[in-house]
Design a protein around this ligand. Structure first.
Ligand SMILES: *Cc1c(COP(=O)(O)O)cnc(C)c1O
Length: 324
């Protein structure tokens, strides 16, 4: 199946819109913030996950593996996107899940089951082996002719799909900002902007500044890698770790309130795990005069809104004034 046909069959709508945010932030100093609405490219296949999976899925559609195997937590946007695509492509999916959710299925896991995925619960110790060669070799032996996709869909093959975010742009930006978890999206953006004046800033959504640098570095050619001693790479990119709120999926009432206000002000849905932290961090940086006056910034809305379904009602208006 050719790429454009698959894209069409899945209902992927590209290019995604670039939309300017009307800032009501303090001290914006003429900074312009635009959003690339990858959250809108598909109702189920979440934005950056499609970008990262597209090349792999084109190959899989062309010569289907016996099975696809991948990894994630109980709310994984990656597994959600992949599960939907596998069902459409008629390729069996084995989803290796961190933790046993059999007694408290999440909306994401219910969807995976509905789409025919096989769920395998593993404990933290086994899940930690998900990139070990010996573990992967056993998986391969147990599932002949399978295609193993790393957690988050972050792998070398993902980078060219992510690059399409940049090639689609209709204007030049000084900076692209994106949330960072497994690093593939950030690496793809860095590679796609290496010969331009556009810099890339990642907002880490989990703890571990050095760890996140390593994740991004592993996908980059040597000349683009960032040395942790502060030595500059040829491509200018930066990771900020000030806005993870204590770790992955950790959140505070302030962050939740910010997300709600942002949604109201801009009529753009966001969630507190990725895009909420991105825009929170961006606002802090703009208000603290971090960027040169008049900078033109593009924030990548990476989607991930399906994950919001499992959040307690804190994100719904109905519950806003609840007293309990
Ligand atoms: C997975 C995900 C990210 C993180 O992207 P990485 O390539 O893993 O760093 C950001 N936002 C959303 C909504 C995601 O689902």
């Amino acid at each position: 199946m050719i790429a454009s046909k698959l894209t069409q069959e899945l209902g992927i709508q590209l290019p995604s819109a670039e939309q300017q945010l009307r800032l009501n932030w303090k001290n914006d100093h003429g900074v312009e913030v635009w959003i690339k609405r990858d959250d809108l490219i598909h109702p189920i296949i979440s934005g950056n996950k499609w970008r990262k999976l597209s090349q792999t899925l084109f190959s899989a559609a062309h010569s289907p593996p016996a099975k696809i195997i991948s990894f994630g937590g109980g709310h994984s946007n990656h597994l959600h996107a992949l599960g939907f695509c596998c069902q459409k492509l008629n390729i069996p999916l084995l989803a290796v899940i961190r933790g046993d959710y059999s007694q408290n299925m999440t909306p994401m896991l219910n969807d995976l089951e509905r789409w025919g995925a096989q769920l395998e619960w593993v404990n933290k110790i086994t899940y930690a082996k998900r990139t070990d060669n010996t573990y992967l070799e056993v998986l391969r032996q147990n599932h002949p002719n399978s295609l193993i996709i790393p957690e988050g869909g972050s792998q070398h093959q993902a980078l060219s799909g992510v690059a399409s975010i940049v090639t689609e742009l209709t204007q030049e930006f000084d900076l692209i900002v994106a949330p960072v978890a497994s690093g593939g999206t950030m690496a793809g953006l860095i590679q796609a902007t290496q010969n331009s004046k556009t810099r890339v800033l990642g907002i880490g959504v989990l703890k571990g500044h050095d760890y996140l640098h390593e994740l991004v570095n592993q996908f980059l050619p040597n000349e683009s890698k960032k040395q942790l001693n502060g030595q500059k790479a040829s491509t200018d990119w930066q990771l900020n770790s000030d806005f993870h709120f204590g770790g992955y999926a950790k959140k505070t009432p302030e962050l939740i309130a910010f997300c709600e206000q942002f949604e109201q002000d801009n009529n753009i849905p966001i969630e507190p795990i990725y895009s909420g932290k991105l825009f929170w961090g961006l606002r802090q940086l703009v208000e603290s005069n971090h960027f040169p006056a008049g900078s033109k910034i593009l924030a990548l809305h990476t989607g991930g809104l399906q994950g919001k379904r499992a959040l307690p009602n804190i994100m719904t208006k109905r519950n806003k004034h609840a007293v309990d």
